[in-house]
Design a binder for this molecule. Structure first.
Ligand code: BGC
Length: 769
C-alpha cells in the first residue's frame, strides 16, 4: 500500500468515527443514478461515476438517451485483438482525460468476463476467451486511466457470461473451473493494477448472488488478492442489502432512496449487522471517494483531434486480416483500379454496440469517404447499398450490387451484424450474419473473382462463403475512427497486425457450450468446465473456422532459436524463455508472439495447452529481434480442488511458441520439480490403486492385491504348476488385478472372507499417514 492510500484510509477512518449510523447508511447507497451522497457536515464530497468502457457516456440530463460528445474507441473485442498492452494503456489514459474534462471520477470499465459462448450478448464489450490475455489488457487499461487520476470499475465480478436472465440466473460451476477460467483475469487486473473499484455482477454464483457473495467479495478479492478499493453493485444488483454489507459490497448503485438505507439501519439496530463491519465497509468506500475527489483536475480539457487519431490507430491495430489469397490486399493505390464498395456499412458503419456502453461520438468516419480521401478519383468508385438497416436484401439491391461489381476490378463488400442482432440485455440466437448479407456476398462473388469482405460485428460469426472470396478483414466494432482505419489497412498505409482473441468456430454445434448455453429456469450449468474457447477445440480436435491467436499480415515472420534458461527447474524458480523472430518480407510489420504451456502427464484433465505470455514486436523488413519471457510456478500449476490451492504436478512441461494457437513452430520442454508434492490422504475408502500410487501406500500394495487372489496377505503360493497352468494363472491374475485396483480397500475384508481383517486394514492405515 502506498503512503498516500494509507493516508486516505486514515482520514476515512477518522471521518467514519464521527459519522452517525444514518450517515453511514446514506453513503452506502448512491444519490440517483451516477453519484454518491455528499455529507456537508463532515466535508465529504460526492463523486461521479459513469460508463465506459470504450468511451465516456455521461448523460446530459436525467435520461441516458443523450450524452456528452466523447471519443468512441473500438469496443473490447477490437481492443483485445491488438494484443498491445502499451496501446491499451494509452486508450485508458485518453478515456480518463475525457473523464477529467467532464468531471467524472470513476469510469465503469473495463469489462473482462470470459467469452464462454460466442453467442454471449455482451461479448463485444469483453476482451477474450482467455484469462491471461484479458487480465493483462485490463491491467494496462486500468493503469492508463488511473495514471490520469480517474478510477476504474472492473466488471462484472464474477462469472457473468450471458445476458439471458442476467439478474437472476445462477452460474453453477466447480471450484477448479472458477479458479482457472473465470477468476484469473480479475486476479491479474487487481493484483497488477489495483482498480479503485470492482463492480459485482447481477448473477448468482453457485446459488449466491454475486452482491452477497462473501467468498468472492471478501475471501478472494480482498483477503487473497489484496484489493484496496470499493465494490459497487451492478446497477440494480442488490437484493438483501444487509447481507451485501456482511459479504463486502460497499456501494449500492443506483441509489434506492431510503429503501435499503432503512434496512441497513434496522439490521444494525437488531444486532444482525455489527457496527464494526459497517465501519469497515464505509471506510473502504470513503477512502476512494477522498482520493477520487482530490484527483479532480478542474478545468481539464482533451484534444478531440488527438483522441480521434488515437481511435484510428487503435482500430487499425485491431482489424484482423483473416484471409488474403493472391495477396489481393493491400489495394495498389497507384494502379488506379476501379473499386465497387458494396453494403450500407461502407457509408453508414456499425461501429459500436448497444446498451450501457453506447457513446455519442465526437465524429464518425466511414470507409467510403476515407478510401476516397486516400486514393482519390471518385470516378473509380462504385457503390451499392446491398441491404437495409436490418440486413434484408432484395432482388433489386442484389442486381445493383452485381452491376457495380462487374464493372470494377475489385469488389469490397461490407457486411456483419446489424444493431438488432447484438446488444447488452440479450444473447445472440445464432452465429450467422443476416441472410441478406450472405446472399449479397454469394451473388457478388459469382460475378467478381476479386472480392474482399470487410466485417463489422462485435463477436464471432460463421462464414459459409469463406472459400468464395479472396480476402477477409474482421473489422469488429471499430469505434468512430473505424472508417479511416479500414481504409488504412485496405490501402496498406497500415500493415495488419491484429490476431483473434476469441476462436471463430465453424458452426454453433461445435462450440463448447452448445448443449447448455444459456441455461434455463435461472440455472446455467458450466458443464464444459475449464474447456472453453481454444481449450475446448484443441481437446476435442475440432478444426475451427479461424483459431484463437490467428491473424495475417502483409509480411511474414520466421521464428527461431528457442532457448530455455534451464532443462529442469524447481517450482520455486523462474524459467526464462528466449527466441528470435524475424520479419521476412518487404514491409514493416508487427508480430504477436504467443507462448503456451502444455503439461505432459497432468494429474487432472487439463487443456492441451494454455496461453501464458505474449508480446507484440515491431520489425522493419529483414529485422530480427530477441523476445524474452519469464515463467513462474503459477504458469505450470493447476487448481487443486482437493487442497483448495494451486499445485504444480512435477514432471515434463512443453513450452510452445509461435504466431497462433494452431501454429507454434518452436517447442522445447522443461522438467519441473516440486518441493512439496501434494500427498493425498489414504482412507478405508481409497482404492487399492491409490495405495499403489501413494508414496507410503505403495509398500502395502502387493499385500492388498494378493488378498483377492485367495491368498492370505503376504502368503506365497507353493503349488507346482505346468507352464500352461502358470500361463492361465497369470492371465487370471491380470484380470483380477484390474478388478481389485479400483476396489475400495475396506471391500477386501469381505472379499477375502475374513483372511484380511479390519485390524490389518487399520494397521496399514496407521502406517501410511
Ligand atoms: C451494466 C453495467 C453498467 C451499468 C451502468 C448495467 O446494466 O450491466 O455494465 O456499467 O448498467 O450503466
Amino acid at each position: 500500500m502506498s503512503e498516500q492510500s494509507k493516508d486516505y484510509k486514515a482520514r476515512a477512518q477518522e471521518l467514519v468515527s464521527r459519522m452517525t449510523l444514518e450517515e453511514k447508511a446514506l453513503l452506502l447507497s448512491g444519490n440517483g443514478p451516477w453519484t454518491t451522497h455528499k455529507i456537508e457536515r463532515l466535508g465529504i464530497p460526492s463523486i461521479f461515476m459513469t460508463d465506459g468502457p470504450h468511451g465516456l457516456r455521461k448523460a446530459l440530463g436525467q435520461s441516458v438517451a443523450e450524452s456528452v460528445p466523447a471519443t468512441c474507441f473500438p469496443t473490447a473485442s477490437a481492443l483485445a485483438s491488438t494484443w498491445n498492452t502499451d496501446l491499451i494503456r494509452q486508450v485508458g489514459a485518453a478515456l480518463a482525460r475525457e473523464c477529467q474534462a467532464h468531471d467524472v471520477q470513476i469510469l465503469l470499465g473495463p469489462g473482462i468476463n470470459m467469452k464462454r459462448s460466442p453467442l454471449g450478448g455482451r461479448n463485444f464489450e469483453y476482451f477474450s476467451e482467455d484469462p491471461v490475455l484479458a487480465g493483462q489488457l485490463a491491467a494496462a487499461y486500468i493503469q492508463g486511466a488511473q495514471g490520469e487520476g480517474v478510477g476504474t470499475s472492473l466488471k462484472h465480478f464474477a462469472v457473468n457470461n450471458q445476458e439471458f436472465e442476467r439478474m437472476v440466473s445462477s452460474s453453477n460451476l466447480d471450484e477448479r473451473t472458477l479458479r482457472e477460467i473465470y477468476l484469473p483475469a480479475f486476479e491479474i487486473a487487481v493484483t497488477q493494477a489495483q482498480p479503485w473499484s470492482v463492480m459485482c455482477a447481477y448473477n448468482k454464483v453457485n446459488g449466491v448472488y454475486a452482491s452477497e457473495n462473501h467468498l468472492l467479495l471478501e475471501d478472494i478479492l480482498r483477503d487473497e488478492w489484496g484489493f484496496q478499493g470499493f465494490v459497487v453493485s451492478d446497477w440494480g444488483a442488490v437484493h438483501d442489502r444487509a447481507k451485501g454489507v456482511m459479504a463486502g459490497l460497499n456501494l449500492e448503485m443506483p441509489g434506492s432512496g431510503d429503501v435499503n438505507r432503512k434496512k441497513i439501519i434496522a439490521a444494525v439496530n437488531a444486532g444482525q449487522l455489527p457496527v464494526s463491519r459497517l465501519d469497515d465497509v464505509v471506510t473502504s468506500l470513503l477512502s476512494v471517494i477522498l482520493k477520487a475527489a482530490e484527483s479532480r483536475r478542474t478545468g481539464a480539457r482533451f484534444d478531440v483531434e488527438q483522441h480521434h487519431a488515437l481511435a484510428r490507430q487503435v482500430a487499425g491495430e485491431g482489424i484482423i486480416l483473416l484471409k488474403n489469397d493472391d495477396n489481393i490486399l493491400p489495394l495498389d493505390a497507384g494502379r488506379k483500379k476501379k473499386l465497387a464498395l458494396i453494403g450500407a456499412f461502407a457509408k453508414d458503419p456499425r461501429y459500436q454496440g448497444a446498451g450501457s456502453s453506447q457513446v455519442n461520438p465526437t465524429r464518425i468516419s466511414n470507409a467510403y469517404d476515407e478510401l476516397l480521401a486516400i486514393m482519390g478519383g471518385s470516378e473509380r468508385f462504385g457503390y451499392a447499398s446491398g441491404y437495409d438497416a436490418e440486413g434484408v436484401t432484395t432482388a433489386q439491391l442484389i442486381e445493383e450490387a452485381r452491376e457495380q461489381a462487374r464493372n470494377a476490378d475489385v469488389a469490397i463488400i461490407f457486411a456483419g451484424l446489424p444493431d438488432s442482432h447484438e446488444s447488452e440485455g440479450f444473447d445472440r440466437s445464432s452465429l450467422d450474419i443476416p441472410e441478406g448479407h450472405h446472399r449479397l456476398i454469394d451473388a457478388v462473388s459469382q460475378v467478381q473473382p476479386n472480392t474482399v469482405v470487410v466485417l463489422m460485428n462485435g463477436s464471432a460469426i460463421t462464414m459459409p462463403w469463406v472459400g468464395r472470396v479472396k480476402a477477409i478483414l474482421e473489422g469488429w466494432l471499430t469505434g468512430q475512427a473505424g472508417g479511416g482505419a479500414i481504409a488504412d489497412i485496405l490501402t496498406g498505409r497500415v500493415n495488419p497486425s491484429a490476431k483473434l482473441a476469441e476462436t471463430f468456430p465453424l458452426r454453433v454445434e461445435d462450440t463448447p457450450t452448445s448443449t447448455e448455453f444459456p441455461g434455463l429456469n435461472q440455472q446455467a450449468h458450466y458443464g464444459e468446465g475449464v474447456f472453453i474457447g481454444y481449450r475446448y477445440y484443441d481437446k476435442k480436435n475440432i478444426t475451427p473456422l479461424f483459431p484463437f491467436g490467428f491473424g495475417l499480415s502483409y509480411t511474414t515472420f520466421a521464428y527461431s532459436e528457442l532457448t530455455l534458461s534451464a532443462a529442469s527447474i524447481k517450482d520455486t524458480e523462474r524459467l526464462t524463455v528466449q527466441l528470435k523472430v524475424r520479419n521476412e518480407g518487404k514491409v514493416a510489420g508487427k508480430e504477436i508472439v504467443q507462448l503456451y504451456v502444455r503439461e505432459d502427464k497432468p494429474a487432472v484433465s487439463r487443456p492441451d495447452k494454455e496461453l501464458k505470455a505474449f508480446t507484440k514486436v515491431a520489425l522493419e523488413p529483414g529485422e530480427e529481434k530477441t523476445v524474452s519471457f519469464t515463467l513462474n510456478s503459477r504458469d505450470f500449476a493447476y487448481y487443486n480442488a482437493a487442497l483448495h490451492r494451486w499445485s504444480v504436478n512435477p514432471g515434463r512441461f512443453d513450452i510452445l511458441v509461435g504466431g497462433s494457437s494452431r501454429s507454434l513452430p518452436l517447442r522445447k520442454h522443461v522438467l519441473v520439480e516440486t518441493a512439496q508434492v501434494p500427498v493425498p490422504v489414504l482412507t478405508r475408502h481409497s482404492t487399492v490403486k491409490e495405495f499403489k500410487n501413494h508414496p507410503k501406500g505403495k509398500a502395502f500394495y502387493s499385500r492388498l492385491a494378493s488378498v483377492i487372489m485367495g491368498e492370505a496377505p503376504g502368503e506365497q503360493s507353493t503349488v507346482k504348476r505346468s507352464p500352461q497352468e502358470e500361463k492361465a494363472r497369470k492371465k487370471a491374475e491380470m484380470s483380477t488385478l484390474v478388478f481389485v485396483n479400483d476396489m475400495p480397500a475396506y471391500k477386501l475384508i469381505a472379499f477375502s472372507q475374513g483372511k484380511f481383517t479390519e485390524q490389518m486394514l487399520n494397521d496399514i492405515l496407521a502406517q501410511v499417514q
